[in-house]
Write a protein that binds this ligand. Structure first.
Ligand code: NDP
Ligand code: 2IT
Length: 448
């Protein structure tokens, strides 16, 4: 057995109850075969084994009192995965499906993503199985305060800087920051990012993930001899990220024809633009979690219980909702439909391993999420820099930096794939480029 096979076997055995984590590890390690086979320093220093084991992961009780006076108990997590190139950095996910496997897969992916940004940030992720849906503001605040009562021990501007993710936006970060400040008795605004603008947030952070994903796509298109202008996109989700993607596609002259929710997808062949994009924000903040509201309001087709993959004519598919939203049957439908040959992943790990294989075999260009969605965490890191320097950049200054970071990510992953003889394989390129910086830092820092 090779070094990579050995590590995959031992990680799978050790984490047998964590399917999402194993899926993420397998994908990354497969890509790294040529790198670790050419250089035995990585095996000698057990770099892969160490990268697959979080530096630490904490799990804690989060008790809070609901509006009826009943005590509720949730489970909180923070995985501090890798600090070789900077303090841990990564979002907080608040969703009923959150468990240790999800937090570990996200923290593992985050380590490579953060490395790709070129900024000094390590990898981490946190969250809770708390469901914000249907909760009052008071309940959300009490949950966030209880969550922070435990989390504060582990975070700080130079230690670990959490931010938002699914179910955790500016409102939740505000409640968490307020309570963190109260507990520690200091204004350490580098300890959380995604903050509101009046108290240290960065202009452009809300839209950074979506806008960054489209900047990346611009560069990818340039390499394929295409332009966003005149291209039709099918998106999923209707959260913060979907909104940012739709906004920038429209600005660059493309057309968005689908968005989706857990209840089904909307097909709007006239294009989701202008006030219709703003309506996505309204739908999300209503916490109703119904995409059908869009179809009711704008009188277009709604496909209950279905996903858009392979069911609509679009040039590019961009999944923006959650992990594993493209299964093998969806991929087979996409291949059979025949119009689209490009998948740009925006949500973290949206495509199942079997679906990735099916699409690759059919000649799809696949842009991996850890590269495409890195603009969110990159602007989070810019927020940390602004906080440290006690200044604020203008929207244009942030946007120029974001664009530059996303273009560089495309160029670097494209070059890494070529260097190892896998031209055009952007999944391998992202894993290799992300790996090398972290691994080389670990080699330099000794065994710990
Ligand atoms: P939001 O909470 O704003 O939106 C995501 C929503 O998508 C969830 O609430 C979920 O609804 C819904 N959803 C779940 N499953 C499906 C499905 N099968 N079809 C359609 N919708 C579904 O989260 P974000 O927009 O912030 O995040 C979206 C993705 O982008 C996630 O993968 C996240 O990790 C990733 N990301 C986010 C970044 C950020 O800065 N926010 C940065 C980088 C990546 P329900 O609750 O009913 O399941
Ligand atoms: O998945 C992600 O990169 C995020 N949720 C953003 C993390 C961050 O620290 O801004």
């Amino acid at each position: 057995m090779s070094y990579v096979d050995d590590v995959i076997a031992s990680v799978s055995a050790k984490n047998a109850n964590e399917p999402e984590f194993i899926q993420a590890v397998e994908e990354v390690l497969e890509s790294l075969r040529p790198v670790v086979e050419q250089d035995d320093r990585y095996e000698k220093a057990a770099i892969l084994e160490r990268m697959c084991e979080p530096e630490r992961i904490v799990s804690f009780r989060v008790p809070w009192v609901d509006d009826e006076g009943k005590v509720q108990v949730n489970r909180g997590f923070r995985a501090q995965f890798n600090s070789a190139i900077g303090p841990y950095k990564g979002g907080i996910r608040l969703h009923p499906t959150v468990n240790q496997s999800i937090i570990k897969f996200l923290g593992f992916e985050q380590t490579f993503k953060n490395s790709l940004t070129g900024l000094p940030i390590g990898g981490g992720k946190g969250g809770s199985d708390f469901n914000p849906k249907g909760k009052s503001d008071g309940e959300i605040m009490r949950f966030c305060q209880s969550f922070m009562t435990e989390l504060y021990r582990y975070i700080g501007g130079d230690t670990d800087c959490p931010a938002g993710d699914i179910g955790c936006g500016a409102k939740e970060i505000g409640y968490m920051f307020g309570f963190y400040k109260r507990i520690i008795g200091r204004y350490d605004n580098g300890a959380l990012s995604g903050k509101g603008i009046p108290y240290g947030g960065s202009l452009g952070r809300t839209e950074a993930t979506g806008h960054g994903a489209v900047y990346f796509t611009e560069k990818l298109f340039e390499s394929l001899g295409r332009t966003i202008k005149g291209t039709t996109f099918a998106l999923s989700g209707f959260g913060n990220v979907t909104w940012g993607v739709a906004d920038m596609i429209n600005k660059l002259g493309g057309k968005v024809v689908t968005v989706s929710g857990p209840d089904g997808y909307v097909y709007d062949p006239d294009g989701i633009s202008g006030e219709k994009v703003d309506y996505l924000v309204e739908m999300r903040s209503s916490l109703r979690d119904r995409c059908e509201d869009y179809a009711d309001k704008y009188g277009c087709e709604f496909h209950k219980g279905e996903k858009p993959w392979g069911r609509v004519k679009a040039d590019i598919y961009m999944p923006c909702a959650t992990q594993n939203e493209i299964a093998l049957e969806d991929a087979e439908r996409m291949v059979a439909e025949g119009t689209c040959r490009v998948l740009v992943e925006v949500a973290n790990m949206p495509t199942r391993a079997e679906a990735v294989k099916c699409l690759k075999d059919a000649g799809f260009v696949i842009a991996p999420s850890k590269a495409v969605n890195a603009g969110g965490v990159a602007v989070s890191a810019l927020e940390m820099s602004q906080n440290a320097m006690k200044l604020s950049w203008t929207e244009k200054e942030v946007d120029d930096r974001l664009k530059n970071i996303m273009y560089n990510i495309f160029n670097n992953i494209d070059a890494a794939a070529r260097e190892y003889g896998m031209e055009g394989d952007l999944i391998a390129g992202a894993n290799i480029a992300g790996f090398k910086k972290v691994a080389d830092a670990m080699l330099a820092q000794g065994i710990f």
